[in-house]
Design a binder for this molecule. Structure first.
Ligand SMILES: C[S@@+](CC[C@H](N)C(=O)[O-])C[C@H]1O[C@@H](n2cnc3c(N)ncnc32)[C@H](O)[C@@H]1O
Length: 398
């Protein structure tokens, strides 16, 4: 059995498991438990290898594979997906030939070593004996092939965004409740500055007859969204566009749009660009069409105590110590982790090019300025429908 580089893989594996075994503020109990399960199963497999029990080893590997699949499929696999992928990088660095179309993680290298000598048995391991292998082991299969766990990245995105937006799910629900009451069952919605598609996903989930057009400037966000949600069964379309220019309207190709949604995003636009966007939306939406914007929309200068209260709450909520205490990673940590993905390098390059020259605006419109700008743009009503300090959902009716 070819096991050149096994030592490196074992050391890499140990290095990756160490943080989970030791624990810490960012490591959940479930991850620690999984780490120990892997260690115990890994040790048994190693002993079987050492003893030359080929048949038993295959059975144990099958068990390990199923156990890992089960744990990952149980929905707690975000950290593990990253660790498996990192092991792959280590394996490549340790001199193994990289197979571009089907690179395996280090764990997978052991599977392949067995596969080379026992192809039939290996194929049998790859299949789920209960016949649900494709679905049940989907994640492990993808990871073993070196593919990215896009759904995992989306879930992880949502988890870190919850650190920035208190009661984010309640805020999404408030937007969808408005849509349920004011829109027909079948509607077309825009998800503006969609990121990896959190709003789109919830819209498609709640409204089975709805269609969504998700727009964002960031090729990485769009790739994560496409990977995780695909076309939503033909109901979801992705558009790469800069909302700071009106060109995005042309990219809709004249599609009918009944409503526009946005979450935690439009503060990235300079006030002049945002006012232009409101004008674009007013032209795209029909009379009675809805715009629902969930974001931090600050209190104006006539409410200094409110503004101070809100700023203080946000300073506290957004502090590193608060993220650590809640066991939530920051957006920076998400991007750092994503950069380790084998597929990330070229995407991040494109991302840098798309954002070249863009900066976070220094001024933000306050709530009253948003309302005034929407009315000037042609919306007949605009106001808050959900609020927690400056964290709000603004509804505008065309
Ligand atoms: C914090 S994320 C929010 C993503 C998503 N809406 C959510 O709630 O998770 C902000 C998003 O705004 C997008 N964005 C920023 N400036 C943009 C622009 N000028 N045009 C389009 N999208 C933009 C970013 O690429 C990013 O995906």
């Amino acid at each position: 059995m070819d096991c050149s580089g096994c030592g490196d893989r074992v050391r890499a594996f140990a290095r990756l498991l160490r943080p989970a075994v030791r624990g810490g503020p960012l490591v959940r109990r479930s991850d620690r438990l999984e780490a120990w399960v892997l260690i115990v199963l890994g040790a048994v497999v190693a002993i079987a290898f050492a003893a030359g029990w080929e048949a038993s080893t295959l059975i144990l590997l099958a068990g390990l594979d199923r156990s890992v699949r089960k744990l990952l499929d149980a929905g707690r696999h975000r950290t593990w997906a990253r660790r498996w992928a990192r092991l792959d990088a280590t394996r490549n660095a340790s001199g193994h030939k990289r197979e571009r179309s089907a690179p395996a993680v280090a764990g997978g290298a052991a599977f392949r070593a067995v596969a080379n000598s026992q192809p039939e048995s290996y194929r049998a391991i790859g299949r789920d004996p209960r016949g649900g292998g494709r679905q049940l082991g989907g994640l492990m299969d993808r990871i073993r092939r070196g593919e990215t766990d896009w759904a995992g990245w989306l879930r992880r995105w949502d988890a870190q965004q919850e650190g920035y937006v208190a009661r984010r799910e309640a805020r999404f629900a408030a937007m969808l409740d408005v849509a349920a009451r004011l829109l027909p069952a079948s509607f077309v919605a825009l998800d503006l500055a969609c990121g990896p598609g959190s709003v789109s996903q919830r819209l498609l989930g709640r409204f089975p007859e709805a269609r969504v057009i998700a727009v964002d400037i960031d090729p990485v966000m769009l790739e994560v969204g496409r990977g995780a949600l695909g076309t939503g069964g033909g109901r979801l379309r992705w558009i790469e566009a800069d909302l700071a220019s009106s060109d995005w309207v042309g990219l809709l190709g004249g599609a009918r749009v009944d409503a526009a949604f946005s979450s935690t995003a439009l503060h990235w636009l300079e006030p002049a660009a945002l006012i232009r966007l409101y004008g674009d939306l007013s032209r795209v939406l029909p009379s009675g069409g809805l715009f629902l914007n969930a974001d931090h929309l600050p209190f104006g200068p006539e409410l200094p105590t409110f503004a101070d209260l809100s700023d203080r709450a946000l300073d506290e909520q957004w502090s590193d110590s608060e993220f650590a205490a809640r066991g939530i990673e920051t957006a920076e940590q998400w991007w750092e982790a994503f950069a380790d993905e084998p597929a990330a390098a070229s995407m991040l390059e494109q991302r840098r090019a798309r954002f070249a020259g863009k900066r976070r605006p220094e001024t933000r419109l306050d709530l009253d300025a948003h309302v005034a700008a929407l009315r000037d743009a042609g919306f007949r009503e605009a106001g808050t429908v959900w609020q927690e300090l400056s964290n709000r959902v603004l509804l505008a009716v065309r």
